[in-house]
Design a protein around this ligand. Sequence first.
Ligand SMILES: *Cc1c(COP(=O)(O)O)cnc(C)c1O
Length: 961
Amino acid sequence: MTRTDPSTTSLPAFAGRHVGPRADDVEAMLRVVGQPSLEALLDTAVPAGIRASSTVDVAPAASEAAVLAELRELAGRNEVVTSMIGLGYYGTITPTVIQRGVLENPAWYTAYTPYQPEISQGRLEALLNFQTMVAELTALETAGSSLLDEATAAAEAMTLMHRATRAKPDAVLVVDVHAFPQTVAVVSTRARPLGIDVVVADLDGVDSSDALRQVAGGRDVFGVLVQYPGADGLLRDFRALTAAAHEAGALLAAAADLLALTLVVPPGEWGADIAVGTTQRFGVPMGFGGPHAGYLAVRSGLERQLPGRLVGVSVDSAGHPAYRLALQTREQHIRREKATSNICTAQVLLAVMASMYAVYHGPEGLRAIAEHVHGKALVLAAALRAGGVDVLDGVFFDTVTARVPGRAVDIVAAARDRGVNLRLVDDDTVSLSVDETTTDEHTKAALDAFAMSPAGWIAVAPMEEEAFRRTSAYLTHPVFHEHRSETQLLRYLRRLADKDFALDRGMIPLGSCTMKLNATTEMLAITWPEFANLHPFAPAEQTEGIRALVDELAGWLCEITGYDAVSLQPNAGSQGEFSGLLAIRAFHEANGQADRRVCLIPASAHGTNAASAVMAGMTVVVVRTAPDGTVDLDDLRAKVEQHREDLAAVMVTYPSTHGVYEDTITELCALVHDAGGQVYVDGANLNALIGLAKPGRFGADVSHLNLHKTFCIPHGGGGPGVGPVAVRTHLAAYLPNHPLDPGAGPATGVGPVAAAPYGSAGILPISWAYVRLMGGEGLSYATQVAVLNANYVAARLREHYPVLYAGTAGLVAHECILDLRSITKETGVTVDDVAKRLVDYGFHAPTMSFPVAGTLMVEPTESEDKGELDRFCDAMIAIREEIAAVAAGEVAVGDSMLRHAPHTAAALAGGWDHPYDRATAVFPAGVQADAKYWPPVGRVDGAYGDRHLVCSCPPPEAFED
Ligand SMILES: *Cc1c(COP(=O)(O)O)cnc(C)c1O
């Protein structure tokens, strides 16, 4: 049966909005591909052995209006209560111009990771602002462009300190007893598989290396992690501790609150080597735990050790400053099992929001907010003390801890009745955290729960304690001073967004990344207060709606994948991989086979796979790729045999990263199972499987999915993401859990892998809405058209560029690899040249040199219509003709349009010494002058930027001609 237009079949109406090609387009494209029907195409492309017997049995599709009504109903089951819980999550006011201009603006949220710097200058500038903001507030030299959350940033700091100190095998990490409990738990989850011992200790009075060694049980210490201010609210002077750590050859990392740092002496000034934390309270709603941008900053000398992405300043072909991602060679996609971190997708959109919050408020504005917060906390402490309550003694910023022997539960309940959530520390202790949104009514209600009333009001209060008072300046760069009126900020946001190429301009044909439609209806609910303003540790009875949504989505993901249990906690694909491998590890340990530690990974795998395996304490053994691109089964057989005793798992991507449905997958699963190993299927390519095959049924034991690829969460310019891990029953006991939420995972779980129980829960309504709008049939139809679109591109381009791999009948799966290697050899034209020339044609480049160097990988997705696919194919064919001119000797490659691409408006207006004319350079075939995308900079010099590393905002003079 041929599926045709949704309007003429049983397909849901929304499927016709989500899927690009119309019915007659589908027919025409099938003819080009040489297949009689969609069914025939899939029957030929997908091995019969893996086709799922049943369809996808999720709730029948509903209309956009109906889905919004259902979301309203779910939202209504959440109760938004003023939060004074603290612990790294605070109420914050998102300036509405930022909410609408960034968070709700497709020009920002539909952008891809800025690997192509020429079309990403806007978000790179925003990220550089973020780095500058973090570096200056922490008083450390270099900050990265975001991590996943505070707890995982602390775990990254641990491994950084371990590497940088070349720690001895028995050296330990000492963690401050006042660190946030979720941070201690995540750090412990990450330490365990690496064989690192974590000692939680009271560090008060530790002022020598001997004393430090003593709290570490007499062992060497490689790192110390402190919380500043502590979970109890107190600011501690860590100068002596830091000196002691350094004396012991250890490094010290401080988990620090950026808002507090506007008032108090920052970690860099008291000697910390590293600072980590969250930027949530800089205008990013709590969202029941995420997403928010975590940060990590280091002192000079450690910048080349930073995990994750780092924006740097370089120059373009005209010598003008231009931004780019720096030191890419550190990253997992290059270093694989030698990588220092598996982080790939980070939190770009949220980092942009936080940086804009600083741009909007400037240093005085931030300081005023901090003084408001501090003032209210002083009011609380004074009133409690006046009422005879024992308040923890010491200097605090925003959090007051009260000792109320035997009364804590009652007081928290009384506060809840008055509309305020307090933190129940234990039966005798309550703490109260103040934030930007706290009003006098809130403080009054909180005090009323203690049967007390405020003794007086303080509007704002500077840090009164001189030893902690910050005197150094911060955010001095003009960018934090120039955009204070809403008009100015509005225009700044617009100016930056205009520099970038996102899905709202055209196709982003990235292999392995599934840049599909992020529908408006899917996006709407994330900013509703009932989802946005929930604290992740709020009482369960206040969060019924979001919990129901989480459960329902998890159930649908099980149905779609054929697995039995899902955890939505991992906040990126990389974290899902780590979680899945931890489950495998725990399973072997439970079976008395703790020695099973070898992870077989094909040479073609995504870099995160190998990096995650190492983080899970496994040894990576690489399996060769056969000449046809499939996993070399003979090599696999040999390696399985060789590791019969210590095989933990094989980690494969399906369909393969080469974009082919390998028909050997069931055999591969059986081989590994027979040898006692587990099968991990990287589910990032699930867009080629939904409704066709279920990994949980064709032999795999565990997969992670990427909701920011297959399930419509926008890429955000490089994050947020959600990377659920899905397992079969025998691994379900080893999924992540959370110390502060028993409902978030099995009691026997491996510990948390993210700070919040449900990770980036705030964006789950997007994927929930996608499944709800599409229904099982719509989801299956999307897969079919995704495969058709990829085969259509392959069919149209094959005679111009060799398609590297194909399966049965020359068909590919949902993406195809265009092989430029022979072209490069003959003409000198590189994949870079083609990628940059595509910018002149108004396209984002495909994925470059992954999984095979010298190739381009194209994944059109089902959302691109035939017109856009044709525009892309026509551009690629026209570029092939430009290459032919080089081959024919008509123009030297060094003088060609290809090599000088992309062409800027400035280059056009300046002196012109090229052998080709201006019009052909900027308005090549198919490009309309009135719809032209102008890249703001010429080709960016990567090597220069790495040699002259600059990772904060350059002075304005740098941009003068
Ligand atoms: C994107 C991707 C990943 C990593 O996911 P992140 O969310 O970026 O961490 C892993 N494997 C494959 C095949 C991918 O395409």
